[in-house]
Design a protein around this ligand. Sequence first.
Ligand SMILES: Cc1ncc(COP(=O)(O)O)c(C=O)c1O
Length: 391
Amino acid sequence: MDLSKLNQDISNVKPSVLRQFDHDISADPKIVKLTLGEPDFNVPDHIKQAAIKAIDNNESHYPYFWGVQELRDAASSYYHDKFGYNYTSDQIVVSVGATEGLAATFHTLFQPGDAVIIPTPAYPVYKSMSDVNHLQALMIDTRANGCVLTPEQVQQAIDEHPELNIRGVVITDPSNPTGAVYTEEQLHALVPVLRDNEIWVISDEIYGELTYGVKHYTLSKWLSDQTIVINGLSKSHAMTGWRLGFVFGPSGVIDLIAKCHQYQVTAATSIVQYAAIEAMTNGEEDAEAMRVIYEKRCNYLRTALGKLGLDIVKPQGAFYVFVSLPDAWKDDSMAFAKKLAKKQHVGVIPGAPFGDDHAIRISYAASDESIHAAVAGLKAVLEDIGAVPVE
Ligand SMILES: Cc1ncc(COP(=O)(O)O)c(C=O)c1O
């Protein structure tokens, strides 16, 4: 059969470099991996018990496509109490992880040819979703401003690209890959330019519970009528494999996102939804124990990488540090990551897929032992080229 006659949007979209690189280095039995955003904690026990109970109760039927009502009620108050979201249960769709929520949102909000602002360094999935939906991804480099998008940058993009129909912006807060967190003032400053230009906000807040010494804010507080919030249990409750996410949005558009979600997946898994009710009613403290441990690791890495003379974006959330590489590896983050894996058996993700080929991303959703080994490996590779400062 002729593959060139298949959907070329799918053929043209690049497979995930993150997952491919992680897969490739996994062949080394000695590899210490700080690659994927995969919490190294187990699902809290009370949530596991709720899942077992759901199986015993034969909760095995198609759930309502928007999600189980009790879960959407519980999510509405959970996120209202945590972060001040103002979405009622009929403005919430339960998705198959945040990813499916993002996919349904991209598919619903935009028409082919529309442009979407993606502040970089960015989680690569947004660009892929733009590509498969025939959107123009307008990548805006935010490194000069602490990896936070400014209203001036949005205005500049509008002024410099009159040919583009800029219809959306993605805000990832806290950020993957940098760990940057927007202050309340930084978010609020974006409101006028986004409102005046009727730009939809896709606010990916999947790491909202994981902030260190700072509070998480949501743009939906001021722009709820044009913000779609993406959240879920993958990171806050260490439930990546259970695939449970939420999409919050204003009436009208959320009904369309629900319809799109239904045609793609029918509904999120029934048993997981019942377990999620438990997470949303009795699990508001679950993330805290993990957050405290992540914060310690983050502080350790900041100090250790500083001693190696490496520049990092100040991480205030999520579980990543984004590390600038010495000039010897300028524009070849893949070569550096491969060398680190080959010579020192340490796996990190090259910065290129996030939009910065002069950096690597280290995930500290890994044991202390692995993190110490990674620092030692980095030091050895840097010593190789004489790039470690004298202590
Ligand atoms: C910023 C961001 N959004 C979304 C996701 C996907 O979350 P989920 O596993 O719930 O699909 C990830 C996963 O790493 C992420 O880093």
